[in-house]
Ligand binder design. Structure first.
Ligand code: NDP
Length: 315
């Protein structure tokens, strides 16, 4: 006898997209089951205060916000489980989902909301000063650096965008670029070059951070490995990484269509993927906005699409 539980709506990931999908799916009586993954609450649990999520005029910590979203989903009956989805077998329907390598579920519809992971340089000091001056999100944390000096690492569009955003708050922004040129689009390059608050440090690599109770500066190397290599220290209060994100798509690679950067491709701006019954929400399908509120919005859309899909297919 097959005892594998069958779920109508299975949600993978517990960021704002996953929890919002769970709120909507449970209120639509879809009895969703959500697997939280390694980091329950997702990326927001690694930031400090969230001041731009509508509805919190005094701000809220990332962890509290996620606990509220989780509690809201549970209130309507969402089954939120610890556990990491380790495999999805898309070869037959309902899809077979394996959790922690052992437990199995059958799912008629799946929402992939596994998020994206910001890339870090891999320095020990990034961990040491995490939440104490090191951030990978200028929109989230820039406000804490009003009239202070910050550095942004990276030479792509994100780094330029973050540097420009931070220049509206900080007194000075260093843009630390490892190559002698920017990779960003011409228009972003022009904006950065014209911005008097931004100083670009070409051919610099960060090798460490220093400070007593938080970041007070960075150790850089100019023209690493060249004859004129030299160490340069800059005094900064904040250190922002903008060297790209990696969407967490290992579970769906080879089955669900991904774009050239590895993000899940969705159809016509909807949460639908190329695989029937499989929907994507949040940062895993969003190379552009990457905000808690946009992720939450896409989680809502995904749950509504699941409801339609199940009803159209009489599941
Ligand atoms: P990119 O991959 O385009 O750029 C990453 C940057 O980080 C590069 O300058 C790269 O240097 C640098 N970098 C990577 N690893 C390291 C490292 N270990 N040390 C130092 N520097 C490092 O990522 P983005 O996030 O900027 O952009 C991703 C995509 O999203 C792009 O296609 C971009 O155009 C798009 N985007 C568009 C926006 C818009 O249109 N408004 C806004 C933001 C992003 P190097 O050049 O040497 O490899």
């Amino acid at each position: 006898m097959n005892t594998t539980p069958t779920v109508r709506c299975l949600i993978v990931g517990s960021g704002p997209a996953g929890y919002t999908a769970a709120i909507y799916a449970s209120r639509a009586n879809l009895s969703p089951v959500l697997f939280e993954g390694i980091q329950p609450g997702g990326q927001l649990t690694t930031t400090t205060d969230v001041e731009n999520f509508p509805g919190y005029p005094n701000g809220i910590t990332g962890t509290e916000l996620m606990m509220d979203l989780r509690a809201q989903a549970e209130r309507f009956g969402a089954d939120i489980k610890p556990g990491l989805v380790t495999d999805i077998d898309f070869s037959s329907k309902p899809y077979k989902v394996t959790v922690d390598g052992t437990e199995s579920y059958l799912a008629h519809a799946i929402i992939i909301s596994t998020g994206a992971t910001a890339k870090y340089l891999g320095l020990e000091d990034e961990k040491k000063y995490n939440g104490m001056g090191v951030s990978a999100c200028a929109t989230c944390d820039g406000f804490f650096y009003r009239n202070k000096v910050v550095a942004v690492v990276g030479g792509g569009d994100t780094a330029c965008e973050e540097a420009i955003y931070l220049s509206s708050l900080a007194s000075k922004v260093y843009l630390i670029v490892r190559k002698p040129y920017l990779r960003a689009s011409k228009v972003m390059q022009d904006r950065v070059m014209k911005n008097e608050k931004i100083e670009i440090l070409f051919e610099h690599n960060t090798v460490g951070l220093f400070g007593e109770n938080g970041v007070e500066g960075a150790h850089l190397v100019y023209r690493k490995g060249e004859a004129d290599e030299k160490m340069v220290d800059i005094a900064i209060d904040g250190f922002f990484l903008a060297i790209g994100h990696t969407p967490n798509t290992d579970l769906v690679k080879g089955v669900v269509d991904l774009d050239e950067q590895g993000y899940i491709k969705t159809i016509e701006g909807s949460p639908k993927t190329n695989v029937p019954g499989v929907f994507a929400a949040g940062d895993v399908a969003d190379p552009h906005y990457r905000q808690a509120i946009t992720a939450a919005g896409s989680g809502c859309k995904a749950a509504i699409e699941v409801e339609r899909y199940l009803s159209e297919n009489e599941l």
